[in-house]
Design a protein around this ligand. Structure first.
Ligand code: DO4
Ligand code: MG
Length: 287
């Protein structure tokens, strides 16, 4: 089941709706104003949607007449780090005297988790992602994102971009929040794929393509099977001693790292594809 948040292109000023993809049509979910938060507060969000069936009487829109939005309303966005060997190596190289912190967290029981974004600050498909004016080395981090219910269950997956200023992060570990949390530093969406088993998701590939003035300047991919931690393990740590009444989105870390001499520039186009989900494309701006 594929779920999105959208507004009909022909209606201006209307509240976003949740739509289930049926062929090339979006069937609007009943429950209106509760949105994704309402769905994630249910005891069994996937079961609730599966029980709906294809209701031809429900309001629906052709996909072509919908503008897809970031698939969240009241959910905090968190991120896991150093969950791929590739990310651990890159971080150790960039960070000099604090390299061992990355080595240790990769092996440790407790994962690295950090706060990434408030829901209103997340870019959806086609909306900008940012390079800080005080960064000379910024990259996109293509990541699988887990959609977690209010009860702490992983109920779906989407595509995420954990934009990162690697020069600021590498200068001092304590600068991590500035490297990771700034205007347009997170993009998500557009589709949430619900109810997939972890084993199936781990058989998918994630790929990154960066285009500049019409030409591809970087392409890379990796398998989601390379994520070192289990999805329930990551969600479990996020929910410890925590209250997430509207659910949450958790980025699972990057395994694709462009070469050190590469930095994003304003005008670039970042496209992240996950087989089994779809693609997320965003233009790059200086912020
Ligand atoms: O510790 C730095 C951040 C790591 C990260 O964002 C990642 O591995 O994806
Ligand atoms: Mg990351």
């Amino acid at each position: 089941m594929k779920l999105c948040r959208f507004v009909p292109v022909k209606e201006s000023g209307v509240a976003p709706r949740l739509g289930l993809l049926r062929d090339l049509t979006l069937q609007v979910l009943p429950g209106g104003s509760d949105g994704l938060a309402g769905l994630l507060a249910e005891a069994d969000p996937v079961g609730a949607l599966a029980g709906l069936g294809w209701d031809r009487a429900a309001e629906s829109f052709p996909l072509a007449e919908a503008r897809l939005l970031a698939p969240l309303d009241r959910q905090e966005v968190w991120a896991a780090g150093v969950t791929y060997e590739r990310s651990k190596r890159a971080r150790m190289e960039e960070s000099g005297f604090s390299a061992s912190a990355y080595d240790r967290v990769y092996e440790a029981d407790r994962p690295e988790l950090f706060f990434k974004a408030l829901p209103g600050k997340v870019s959806g498909p086609g909306e900008p992602v940012g390079v800080r004016t005080d960064s000379r080395w910024t990259v996109p981090e293509p990541e699988l994102a887990l959609v977690i219910s209010a009860r702490g269950k992983v109920v779906g997956v989407t595509i995420g971009n954990d934009m990162s200023a690697r020069d600021i992060e590498g200068e001092n570990l304590l600068y991590l929040p500035q490297a990771k949390i700034y205007r347009h530093s997170c993009a998500l969406g557009p589709w949430i794929v619900l109810g997939c088993a972890e084993a199936e998701v781990r058989s998918w590939e994630i790929a990154l393509s960066i285009r500049r003035r019409g030409a591809e300047v970087y392409a890379g991919s990796t398998g989601l099977s390379r994520i070192r931690r289990g999805f329930d393990e990551l969600a479990g740590f996020l929910c410890r001693s925590q209250e997430l009444p509207h659910g949450a989105v958790l980025l699972t870390g990057t395994g694709i790292v462009p070469p050190d001499e590469f930095s994003l520039e304003a005008g670039d186009e970042v496209v992240i594809r996950v087989s089994g989900i779809g693609e997320l494309g965003n233009p790059v701006v200086r912020v």
